[in-house]
Each structure stands twice: as C-alpha cells, then as structure tokens.
Design a protein around this ligand. Structure first.
Ligand code: GAL
Length: 725
C-alpha cells in the first residue's frame, strides 16, 4: 500500500493515495487459544481479506511489567496471518494502560468535576494531558515501533483507539497546571487573557496565570464563555499533542508506514489542525444501528450517511476501521441486528460516501469482558455463517473494483459549511436555546439524503469550485478571509446561503461591535441585522441543550402552550412557513432583493430573507433557522434554480443514490437500505459493475438491501445533456 495523502492539503475532495482497498477486520488473537490461529488466517484469506488490525488494547501483554517487553504472542500471530497473505495494522495500545501503570502512577488518571479519579477496569481512564502518561505513551510506542520496524507484514499504524469517545474532560491538578501553561503560551501576558476572557465582567480577572481556574470547578453560576471555549481548545490541543508524540516516533522509525486514527464519538478534536495534518488519512468507526444515534437523526441509512459525510468533510476520503457487522451490546446499550444483506449494504454505503477501505468489526466476538455480545464475522462457536458469507462477497467484489473506486471523490452539488472547531465550541459555550450549527445543518442534510441530492460538509477554506451552492449554518465566528472565498465562489456562479447570527461573535467569542453580520458579510449580502430575538421552536416544544456527538444530541424542555404565539410566520414567494428559533429583522441595501418577509405581529412586512446578485451567482441571507418546512421551500425556490436536484428523480424512499467521480470516470451507487425489493426508474445508462458488466439504463430492480454500482457512460450522458453531466 502506498500513501502520500500527507503531502496533499486537507480537503473533502482528497482521495487516499493508495492502490490497495483495505478489507478485513479488527482481530484479537489474544482472546482465543492458539489452536484457532491458523484456521482464522485461512478463513480470512478464503474470504478475500487483506488486512487485520491488532493490539489496540494489548499493552498489558506487550509490556507485562514496567520496562519488560514481550512481543511473542503478536509476533507469532502476525506471522501466521502474514503467511496467509493478511497484512497487519498495529495500534498504539494507549486507550488501556495496564494496571501496573495506573497503580504505580495514579496521577495519570483523569479526574472528574468532583475531584474523583477515574477507576481502572474499563478504558480511556488515563489523562492525555498528563506528562507522566505521555512519557509512558512514548515509551510503549517506541518499543513497539522499533520491534516491528523491519516486519514486512506490518503496513501501518492506528494511533490509540477512538480518542475521547469515553470522555475527554479532566479537572485535577495535573490538568489545571497544563491548562495554565497552555494559556500562558497562547496569551503571553495575563492582561491579554483578561481582555480575551472579559475579566471586568463579574471580577473574573486574574493577576497571574497560576491563579487561573478550570471552568465549572465549583462555580455557583455560569463561568465565562471564552474561558469555556479555551478549555475545549486546550483539550483539543492536548489530544493532538498526545497523538503527535506517537506519530513522530512512528514516522521516524519507518516512513513507509501509513498512520491514521479511528474516530468514534468525537469530542475535543480540531480536525483542521495538527490532529489531521499529522495523519495520512482518518478512519471513522461506523455503527449505524446504535439506538441513540437512530433516535436522534433518523433511520439507519440516514445515520450512516450523516456521520460519514461529516467525517469526509474533515479531511476527504477515509477508511472505516470498524464497520458494524452483527448486533452489538455493552452492558448498558444494545443495537438492532442487521438483516441478511444489510451488512454488505452498509459496507457499500461507506464506500459510496468516501471510504477507501472497510474493516468489519470484528473477526469474532469475545467470550469475556464488557462486549461479549458485540458480534463479529465468525460466531462464538467458531462457525462462519451469513456474516462471513457477506463479508466474503463484499471483499471479492470491492477488490475486483478497486481500480475504479480508488482515486475518486464523492460528488457534492450542495456543500454545508462544516468542520470548524471554534464554531462548534462557541455555540456550545452559549447556545441561547438555538440548535447547534450541526443540528441545523442536519435538517438540510436529511432533506438531501431523502431526495438523493449530492450533498456533504465542507470548510470555506476548502476548494468550493466543484459546488453549486454553499449553506452556512449560523457560524457565530467568521473571518474576513472566508468572505473573500465565498465572494469568489458566488462571482463564479455559485449560490451562497448565510444563516442568521453568522459572523456575530469574534475570535475571542465576544459579540462583535459592528452591526451583524459584520462589515465584510454585510457588504457581500447587502444587509445588516436591525434586531434579533428568540422564537419558540416548531410545536412550542422546547429549548435545546447541546451535547453528544457533533453537538447533535439535544434535550428539549416542554414549554407552556402560550408560547405558541411567539412563532412568527415567514412568507417566501407564494409559500408560508412557521419560523423556528430566531427572527432577525433585516435592513436592506439598495440592489439587494427581499425574497422573504415576516408575516406576524410587530415584525409583519419586515425583511427576513434577501438575495443579492454577486457576479454570476448570488448571496442569500436567511434571518432565521431551518425547519423541515423551510428546507422544502429553500429546495424549491433557491436550490433547484441553482441546479441542485436529485441525482435520480424516480427513486423510492429508502434507496440511496450517490456518485464517486474523478476526471475520467463516474460511478453511480444505488443502494437499497430497506428489507424489501425496490424499483428505480430512469437510471442513466452505464456499465453495471456489480452485475454482469453490461451497459444498461432505465428501470432498475433491487432486492432487499440490494446494491448496484453503475459506471456512467460519459458519451451518453453528454449527448443527453443530463443533469449529471
Ligand atoms: C468502538 C470501539 C471498539 C468497540 C466497538 C463496539 O467504539 O472502538 O473497541 O468497543 O466500538 O462497542
């Protein structure tokens, strides 16, 4: 496998520079008797697997006593697998420090807000900020890297395992000292910190850095929002620094290895910073049937699409180091069971959304420990059944198609501004009852998913030229450099939609002193915000509290029925919708067209939505938040005229269409997420890659969970002047 992604800038359009489609499983040879090993390797080879991932929780085996290393088990396991043609991804095992370490150095444990140290017995109990833990992390990484330096079966490394998934917060003295040092490095003088944090508010000013406290540390009322944002910036810094220690060692030991990290429930990682630039690519562990995810977002297909699209927005194509295969459980959670065919469909959804490698979690379930019911490819009784057959089918197919798939990016007609750490954290630090940018964006993403519109997440610093439209979901923080980029995009013909409150805070999380949305955005959009205020959410059913993965986890509180009167109507063209969460009254500059007006109470007749022609495109300002109804109106009145239409018009609900493309080829993925057959009309002509390879088009029938990949015929497309061309 060759990777050179590191040299390419972070971009949603970046494929992984590889000629191997990784397919295989995370594997735990340490969980079974050695008599299983050869049989496991033979079965993996027969299934067409090329890779396993090993050792992410095995520090105690590799270093049973401080300074004593024992690689015997993994050496032999890697050898058996390697001889069967299965390569190994090794992991730094730092998510589970051995007991000797936490017993001898208890200062490495994370500490909760009440001062209690995390206990041993699960995972991620160590504090990434701890200098002592970092020292041990470097020691184990160096020992493993040097031991495996010349082992040709090892192709790459995963750092740790799902950083921060089980929590990232820590409040003990170790964290406090590191936080103070981080702030001193950032602000240099205490006066600069006091300015940034607003020390004259509630006498929160400090005389020196060693007086600074951790936020939420026994504070009777809320602490300042900049203090909170800086704490999360610190946690992200600490996470990236911890990984950086390991990456430096791995790269110095063998520059041919690729290095990645597998993301889980993401908190306190800044994906546009060193965390990502250190890596060749990202990995994303996807478990679409997790109940809490489904309840929050929608059906199983929608959950998977949303999470993978968000991940792609961070750095481009990725691998899936853990793809749900069977049902899963921990003592406190459990998931639904993928039906026959569904595991293969989920794997193709990952590919369709940008995966350049898929590994099924896991080869076999454990017989002991906290995940005895997290099913694998092989069952507890060592019998390969339908999941093995599906993995084998997928591995054979995807390997045969790898040269078509690798090197392509996922098409996006509509981009949603995403992957901005400060915007996520500034919202969380002071949400005023509003949805997070991700919650708001999710409504638009859901519409696109359900209508098979090519949509995804992209940072304004990325290449916008392949998009037709860009939606900015209420990014409180904005920088002038981004205005220049979206202006250039609009001038070239793009449509920009700016959500209310965009640009209303500065880099220090202060409310700006200019009129919103700030000088450059006001000039570009041709408006200023005269007044803003809160509206009740649709249905009068609650204020949002942030939390969870991507901030999409919301708790709603019931509001009294009388609050329904604080829902204002919004008229856009001949449509009328009830507005949610926010109203803004807009002052409109000459030359800017009002395309939406308030239609209720004192706001009646005032401008709520505007459009300004900029070059060949336009900039739309929307002085409220999205609702499902408003998204429909936008789709009709703004997106469709901008050329944003379904990839396939005649397609039933539950069937996904996406495109992966490069300069010379275009692959249309049509995937049936339903447990019943589906019929799709008007499929453009092309070669049926998962079928018999013949050219066909028109009507397509898919069985339950059926998958089709069609290599579109460019000549036919051009002659038809199809939407897809
Ligand atoms: C992932 C984790 C795995 C396993 C899996 C199923 O988050 O990386 O180690 O725990 O979930 O719970």
């Amino acid at each position: 496998m060759t990777t050179a992604s590191k040299s390419a800038p972070l971009s949603v359009w970046r494929p992984i520079a590889t000629d191997t489609f990784l397919v295989g499983s995370p594997h735990y040879p340490e969980h079974v008797d050695e008599s299983y090993w050869q049989r496991d390797a033979d079965r993996m080879a027969a299934a067409g697997f090329n890779t396993v991932r090993l050792a992410e929780f095995a520090w105690h085996i590799i270093e049973p006593h401080e300074g004593t290393f024992d690689f015997d088990l993994f050496d032999r396991a890697i050898d058996v697998l390697g001889k069967a043609g299965i390569k190994t991804i090794m992991c730094t095992p730092t998510a589970t420090p051995p007991r000797w370490l936490t017993a001898r150095y208890p200062e490495v444990l994370r500490v909760d807000a009440n001062g209690r140290a995390m206990s041993h017995g699960s995972r991620q109990h160590a504090n990434l900020a701890s200098a002592v833990f970092r020292k041990h992390s470097k020691r184990i990484t160096k020992a493993m890297a040097e031991h495996y330096r010349g082992n040709s079966h090892i192709i790459g490394w995963q750092t740790d395992n799902e950083f921060n998934t089980s929590g990232s917060l820590s409040y003990g003295p170790v964290t406090l000292a590191e936080f103070q040092a981080f702030l001193e490095d950032k602000y240099k003088t205490i006066a600069a910190l006091n300015d940034a944090w607003g020390g004259h508010f509630w006498a929160t000013a400090y005389d020196d850095f060693d007086q600074v406290v951790l936020p939420l540390d026994y504070a009777p009322a809320p602490v300042g929002p900049t203090h909170v944002v800086d704490y999360h910036r610190f946690l992200a810094f600490v996470t990236a620094r911890f990984q950086h220690d390991q990456v430096l060692i791995l790269r110095a030991t063998n520059p041919d290895w690729f290095v990645f990290h597998n993301l889980g429930r993401i908190d306190d990682i800044d994906f546009r910073g060193e965390f990502s630039t250190d890596l060749d690519f990202l990995g994303f562990d996807i478990y679409p049937h997790l109940y809490d995810e489904m309840q929050r977002v929608g059906g199983v297909g929608e959950v998977q699409a949303l999470h993978l699209d968000i991940c792609r927005g961070f750095t481009g194509n990725f691998i899936v180091p853990e793809q749900q295969s069977g049902f899963g459980a921990q003592p406190n959670i459990s998931t639904l069971t993928p039906e026959p065919g569904e595991m293969r469909r989920m794997a193709y959804t990952s590919v369709a959304r940008g995966a350049d490698g898929v590994m099924f979690f896991r080869w076999r379930p454990a017989h002991f420990g906290a995940e005895i019911y997290w099913m694998g490819i092989i069952d507890h009784d060592d019998i390969p059944r339908r999941r093995y057959d599906e993995a084998k089918q997928f591995a054979g197919e995807v390997t045969a198609l790898k040269d078509k798939i690798l090197g392509t990016h996922v098409r996006m007609d509509l981009g949603i501004a995403g992957s901005d750490f400060d915007n996520q954290e500034m919202h969380r630090s002071y949400p005023v009852g509003m949805p997070s940018p991700q919650d708001d964006a999710t409504l638009l993403h859901r519409y696109c998913y359900r209508h098979n519109i090519a949509c995804g997440f992209i940072h304004p610093e990325d290449d916008l030229s392949k998009l037709k439209a860009l939606y900015v979901p209420h990014w409180l923080k904005w920088t002038d450099a981004w205005t220049a980029r979206i202006e250039a995009f609009a001038k070239a013909g793009g449509t920009v939609i700016l959500g209310g409150r965009t640009g209303s805070r500065d880099v220090n999380n202060h409310v700006i002193r200019d009129t919103s949305p700030g000088k450059t955005l006001s000039a570009l959009a041709g408006i200023t915000v005269e007044e803003f205020g809160l509206l009740t959410p649709i249905g009068g059913d609650g204020l949002f509290e942030h939390g969870g993965r991507f901030g999409a986890n919301t708790v709603r509180k019931k509001l009294p029925a009388s609050s329904a009167s604080r829902q204002y109507e919004l008229k856009i063209g001949n449509a009328q919708v009830t507005a949610a969460h926010l109203y803004e009254l807009l002052n409109v500059a000459p030359g800017t067209e009002v395309i939406g007006n308030w239609a209720s109470r004192f706001a009646e007749g005032q401008a709520a939505m505007t459009s300004r022609k900029v070059g060949k495109g336009n900039v739309i300002y929307l002085g409220t938040y999205l609702s499902d109804a408003l998204v429909e109106v936008l789709a009709d009145q703004v997106l469709a005229p901008a050329g944003i239409v379904p990839l396939i018009a005649d397609i039933p609900a539950g069937v996904e269409a996406t495109i992966r493309e490069s300069k010379d080829r275009r692959l249309l993925f049509i995937l049936n997420t339903l447990g019943e057959p589906a019929s799709i009309g008007n499929v453009p002509a092309g070669k049926d890659l998962l079928g018999d390879g013949k050219i066909r088009g028109g009507k397509l029938s898919l069985p339950a969970y059926g998958c089709s990949i069609i290599e579109l015929d460019q000549v036919i497309l051009r002659s038809q002047k199809a939407v897809l061309s």
